[in-house]
Write a protein that binds this ligand. Structure first.
Ligand code: FDA
Length: 583
């Protein structure tokens, strides 16, 4: 006998686990979320929340809550490189889609804006909403181990308040227990990338309160990179002062030597580092916490074994560059949750669950490689300044003076510096990395169209398409009251959708006979008028063609035009859906 039963046991209440529990509860699945600690993240950690993640929160109906507590793009984007907040400014780069040209691109790609949402604000939204929608949530509950058989998984947990152990019987388990995942270890997921467990570089986080308005309010940003002697120890070569709440709460990141013993930082040492990076020791500073973390380059090639699935840092571990950590974790869960729901409801064969790994593992590897490369791409800034390999105060001053010299050599260095800063677009405006995921798996049916050609740099620019495996493009439509509504607002909610045009009525009838709930979206009809003609431009299929859109907004199948008869349309749609659901 087991102490309790559930359909899905979710281990971990971070971005991956919190979103998994909320998604499952929203889809009506019985889920138990357990977290080792008494409450959620106690330091801000992940914060950049990209448009794909905001789209997930929008689908879940919690986007407004996130917007209410997050910092808007206007406060995020003037990334600064300097020698101290009160010191010389080396340069700036407009970031996170806030530059004039990139703002247009970001605006066209999604109904959502990027925001800065520290983990301390995100996690309570996910977990309290999950509980409100029926997920069972248990804090102070530690996962110990598991055993799986043909029918389910038995997990042993420890109640950290009472101190005793108990077992849970679940049909499936999601291991969202972070970078030191015990679940991933238990199921033996092979983790590729850098060898050993120690990490590539050592970093310390110092969270502090200080009113820094006079140094930053005129150049509002989330990130202020500071070139100080000793910064090379962290691997990047710069310290970071990161806004948590404008302009009073901050998180400073500074490096330490990974080959030495982990530093034990006193409050006074932390204050000295903070004052050093501010460049003004008279600023009152209150240190609220310090912690250590390591920079990693690790990813799993396989995300599941049997009935156990891992998500988030459990399967991809990388530096914070590009702000991809919690975004990717939430999108893992968005990919997995609807598949589990479909299998548990009997609409899909369990083989559908194999597509989770097939679709998400390549994304995990891509973002781990990207985040690590972005760290290395600070190098050209130091080369332009002549301080590569670390420099003392005089070296930094000399480098800056050479860069501002009013002669030909100075001009050459300035050009190199501007180019080096522009290279950081791959970290701070990597719109393609954020949005261009393409899934290839048995839950996506190839329509025989030629390989996709990227019109622009695929890391920097978003490319919308309705090719199977891509996310449904966003286009503004107009609802019955004349308000703007996104194509993405018409799909999701845990259901498949058939998207067609006014002359595609055959698909409406076809959707009704699929044996699985399939929503019909008729673009051009009352409630979804293509008033701007944007959908006409983006759809890549005729008006009487059809897109079969999965609950996560990704296109599973498309048909450029309707077949000759309603019966043929019904048969084609049924066959496609059966194939996607592996029935
Ligand atoms: P996450 O680690 O957030 O959550 C894991 C959850 O599992 C926690 O709730 C934990 O309590 C629980 N858990 C662990 N073991 C358990 C067990 N045995 N039983 C039950 N529960 C268990 N990213 C970024 O973009 N910017 C940044 O500045 C930073 N900084 C940073 C600092 C530090 C110290 C760390 C560890 C990480 C970062 N990150 C970051 C990375 C970012 O925070 C990370 O990508 C996401 O939090 C990943 O979300 P997950 O939900 O996968 O794991």
């Amino acid at each position: 006998m087991h102490d309790c039963e559930t359909d899905v046991l979710v281990v971990g209440a971070g971005p991956a686990g919190g979103s998994a529990a909320l998604l499952l509860a929203t889809y009506g699945v019985r889920a138990l979320l357990v977290n080792k600690y008494g409450w959620l993240a106690n330091t801000p950690r992940a914060h950049i929340t990209n448009q794909r993640t905001m789209e997930v929160l929008r689908d879940l109906g919690v986007e407004d809550e996130a917007l209410a507590v997050g910092s808007p793009p206007e406060l995020m984007g003037d990334t600064v490189f300097c020698t101290a907040l009160a010191g010389a400014e080396i340069g700036r780069i407009r970031s996170w889609g806030t530059g004039e040209r990139s703002a247009t691109e970001y605006g066209a790609a999604s109904p959502c804006t990027m925001i800065d949402l520290p983990q301390t604000y995100l996690e309570p939204i996910l977990v309290t909403r999950a509980a409100a929608r029926g997920a069972k949530v248990r804090m102070d509950t530690e996962f110990l181990d598991l055993q799986q058989d043909a029918d389910g998984v038995t997990a042993r947990l420890r109640d950290r308040v009472r101190g005793d152990e108990f077992t849970v019987r679940a049909r499936y388990v999601i291991g969202a227990d972070g970078a030191r995942s015990r679940v991933a270890e238990q199921i033996g997921l092979p983790i590729d990338g850098q060898a050993g467990k120690a990490g590539k570089a050592g970093s310390m986080n110092i969270v502090f309160n200080a009113d820094l308005s006079r140094f930053v309010a005129h150049r509002p940003s989330v990130l202020y990179w500071v070139l100080r002697p000793g910064a090379h120890l962290g691997g990047i070569g710069m310290g970071l002062v990161r806004m948590v709440r404008s302009w009073n709460e901050w998180l400073l990141t500074w490096g330490y030597d990974i080959d030495g013993p982990p530093p034990e930082l006193t409050g006074e040492q932390a204050r000295q580092i903070v004052h050093d990076l501010i460049g003004d020791p008279s600023v009152p500073v209150e240190i609220t916490s310090t912690s250590l973390w390591t920079v990693n380059h690790n990813y799993a090639a396989q995300y599941s074994v049997g009935r156990v699935f891992c998500a988030g840092d459990a399967v991809h571990r990388h530096p914070p560059s590009n702000g991809l950590g919690s975004n990717t974790s939430i999108q893992d869960s968005y990919n997995l949750a609807w598949k589990l729901a479909m299998v548990l409801e009997g609409h899909a064969d369990p083989a559908l669950l194999d597509t989770y790994s097939a679709e998400r593992a390549p994304v995990g590897k891509q973002i781990v490689d990207r985040a690590n490369l972005s760290r290395d791409q600070f190098g050209p800034i130091f080369e332009a300044l002549g301080v590569a390999g670390g420099a003392n105060d005089e070296g930094i001053e000399r480098g800056l003076a050479a860069c501002w010299a009013d002669d030909a050599e100075g001009g050459k260095r300035r050009r190199a510096l501007h180019e080096a800063i522009q290279l950081k677009n791959y970290e701070f405006n990597a719109h393609g990395v954020e949005l261009n995921q393409r899934y290839r798996s048995a839950a996506v049916l190839d329509d025989g169209s030629p390989e996709e050609v990227w019109e622009q740099d695929a890391d920097l620019h978003h490319q919308p398409t309705t090719r199977p495996g891509a996310k449904l493009p966003h286009a503004w439509l107009v609802d019955a009251e004349g308000h703007r509504i996104s194509t993405l607002d018409l799909v999701g909610g845990g259901e498949f959708s058939v998207v067609t045009g006014l002359s595609g009525q055959v698909w409406q009838q076809a959707a009704a006979g699929c044996g699985v709930p399939v929503r019909t979206v008729v673009i051009g009809a009352e409630g979804a008028r293509d008033a701007y003609g944007d959908w006409h431009r983006l759809s890549e299929v005729d008006e009487d063609g059809c897109l079969l859109v999965r609950p996560d907004g990704y296109i599973a199948w498309r048909r450029a035009t309707s077949p000759d008869t309603p019966e043929a349309a019904a048969e084609e749609l049924r066959t496609a859906l059966r194939a996607v659901l592996h029935r």
